[in-house]
Structures are given as structure tokens and as C-alpha cells.
Design a protein around this ligand. Structure first.
Ligand SMILES: [Mg+2]
Length: 337
């Protein structure tokens, strides 16, 4: 398949493209009064949920590293699609993860340390991860923002809000790193949405950048609970293009070929949350008990494959773990350190 990335030299700069339509819906705070499922006897994070968060992180990193193998930098798109269809495991002996995992690790560590999102600490954690290795495939906006956050983490709101002429980023970067957060707080969907939004705001001030993170975090939480449906994720997502895309995905039968679903929903080629999240959630729900199948199907959609596979991997593995994928996949994926 002739992926658009073949003719798109900027495809590895996720935040470099902006939708001219700035009339997106305004993010609304999650309604905590709808937490009828919250158990008052449970702390926000139980040992079970800590394990789910770790499973999700492992799956996110696996999807990120697996998905990255299909980029035109490594394989010409037609060859990539043929190999994916033939289910040929990428032959490279080492599969490095990218910015998706670097940022997910930062979120994970801040939550380990603080229990909930501390936005200034998260800003500094993102900045330190970038400073340690800026060559992980970060998007244009993050190359602008993260060095500034290293100098002034307390100013994250002004700095993130100032990106793209003051509109903030609506890229897929807040969504790609957030699934383990959703798994961690899976007992309380209101808390999931709230904490996902807080984690997103540090770098993605645009309401749709935030909506993408809320959607993926909720999907991971529902996955842990064995309740994942695309419709349920759409319902929990703030209004706007991300939610609209999820609503379209919810109507799409699972008999649809992934390449056709990607053509309809987008698969990250515009590198926005709204053209990335609906397809990744759809493939996750299509294969919610089978991480290997989920990642192959997501890769079939081409586009921003490290990001789509990171999102799908984080959602599905929150429930399944990574133990059932081929052992060679786990051996080749760069360790988390
Ligand atoms: Mg990446």
C-alpha cells in the first residue's frame, strides 16, 4: 500500500500540522458525580491496578517499538504492507522504542512518586527524558517545548499554551503516553478522565489534544475492567473531532479490513489526536483479548504506526499483558530500564 508517509518528509514531526478549523469543542471537566462505579473502600490505586498499569506500560512500549519498524525510514511502504499482511516479524534484532514510551515512562514514574499527576513534576520529567535522548522521534512542537520546560518547569501552562500561535498542540502526543494511567485508576472512570486531562495539559493545551488523552485513558480503564467498547469510549470523551471520530468508529463492523477502517477514520497521517485515536481504539476493541492480533491489525492501517500501535498496545495489554506475544518480540524490544 502506498502510504502517505512515503511522500511526506515531515511525517516524523507530529505537531507540525495544524487543522485550520480552530472552532473545536471546549474541554469540559469530567463530571465526578457520575462515578457510580466508584468503590469507597478502595484507594485510587490498588495493587491489582498497579500491576495493570505495568502491563499497559509494557504493551505500550512493545507496540511503539513494533510499530516503529514499519516506518518508511526502515521499509518502503509497499514492502511494509506486504510483510504485515504476511505476518512476517521484523527481522531487526533490536527494536528501540520512541518518544511515546519515553513520555509514558515519565508519566508512570511521576504517578509512582506522587500518587496523582503533579503537573510541574511531570513537566520536569518530560523535559529530563527529552534532555537525556532528544533523538527518540519527538514531534516539532515537543522540540520547541521540552527544552523550555527544562529551564522553567513551573511555567508549563504558559509554555504549552503558547505553542502554535497560542492554540496549543492538538497532536497525538498526550494520547500516545496515557494508557497506563487509565489502567492505574481503572476503578474510577471520573478519576481516569481527570488525571488524563491533567497529564495532557502539560504539553497539549488544545482541547482536542486533551480529548485524545481522555479517550485513550478511559479505553485502557475499560480494558482492565473487561468492558471495552468503542461506543463507551466515545461516550466518555469530551465533545469535538476526537469524539466524533470515535462515534464513527463505533458504527464500523469488526469485519471491516483494518486498511479500510484506517482510510475512513485516519491512522495518524495528519498526526492529530482526532485522526489517530479513533482507529487505534477500534483495533483495540476488535482484538481486546489478543495483543498480537491487535498490533498486526493496527500496523495494517499504516500511518503513524509507532503511535497507533503504542496506543492499541497500551489499551489491550492493560488486560492481557504481553506474555502471549511471540517471545522474539519481547526479546527484541528495547528494555524499559
Ligand atoms: Mg514515537
Amino acid at each position: 500500500m502506498a502510504g502517505m508517509t512515503a511522500g511526506n518528509p515531515n511525517a516524523r514531526q507530529p505537531d507540525s500540522r495544524r487543522d485550520p478549523d480552530r472552532s473545536y469543542g471546549t474541554y469540559r471537566s469530567p463530571d465526578r458525580n457520575h462515578d457510580s462505579d466508584r468503590s469507597p473502600d478502595r484507594s485510587p490505586e490498588s495493587p491489582d491496578r498497579a500491576a495493570a498499569a505495568r502491563r499497559s506500560l509494557e504493551g505500550l512500549a512493545l507496540g511503539d517499538a513494533f510499530g516503529e519498524r514499519w516506518f518508511p525510514l526502515f521499509r518502503e511502504p509497499q514492502r511494509a504492507y506486504a510483510e504485515i499482511r504476511a505476518r512476517e516479524t521484523p527481522a531487526e534484532p533490536e527494536w528501540p522504542w520512541t518518544d511515546d514510551t519515553a513520555m509514558a515512562l515519565a508519566v508512570h514514574r511521576v504517578l509512582d512518586e506522587c500518587g496523582v499527576v503533579d503537573q510541574e513534576r511531570l513537566a520536569l520529567a518530560f523535559a529530563l527524558a527529552y534532555d537525556a535522548d532528544p533523538g527518540r522521534g519527538y514531534g516539532y512542537g515537543m522540540h520547541m517545548l521540552l527544552p523550555a520546560l527544562l529551564a522553567e518547569p513551573a511555567r508549563w501552562r504558559a509554555l504549552a499554551g503558547g505553542l502554535f500561535d497560542g492554540g496549543g498542540s492538538l497532536g497525538n502526543g498526550a494520547a500516545m503516553r496515557v494508557a497506563p494511567l487509565g489502567a492505574r485508576f481503572a476503578d474510577d472512570l471520573g478519576l481516569v478522565a481527570e488525571q488524563a486531562a491533567l497529564s495532557a495539559e502539560v504539553t497539549h493545551a488544545h482541547p482536542q489534544g486533551i480529548a485524545g488523552a481522555v479517550a485513550v485513558a478511559v479505553a485502557a480503564a475499560l480494558s482492565v475492567r473487561s468492558e471495552l467498547t468503542v461506543a463507551a469510549v466515545a461516550e466518555a470523551t469530551p465533545p469535538g473531532p476526537v469524539r466524533d471520530g470515535l462515534a464513527r468508529a463505533a458504527e464500523l463492523p469488526f469485519t471491516t479490513e483494518p486498511v479500510a477502517a484506517a482510510a475512513l477514520l485516519g491512522s495518524g497521517r495528519a498526526i492529530r489526536a482526532d485522526d489517530t485515536v479513533p482507529f487505534a481504539v477500534w483495533t483495540a476493541a476488535r482484538h481486546r483479548d489478543d495483543l498480537t492480533a491487535a498490533l498486526w491489525s493496527t500496523a495494517e492501517g499504516s500511518g503513524d504506526t509507532d503511535t497507533t500501535c503504542a496506543i492499541t498496545g497500551g489499551i489491550v495489554a492493560a488486560r492481557t499483558g504481553t506474555g502471549a506475544v511471540p517471545a522474539v518480540w519481547r526479546a527484541r524490544r528495547e528494555p524499559l530500564g
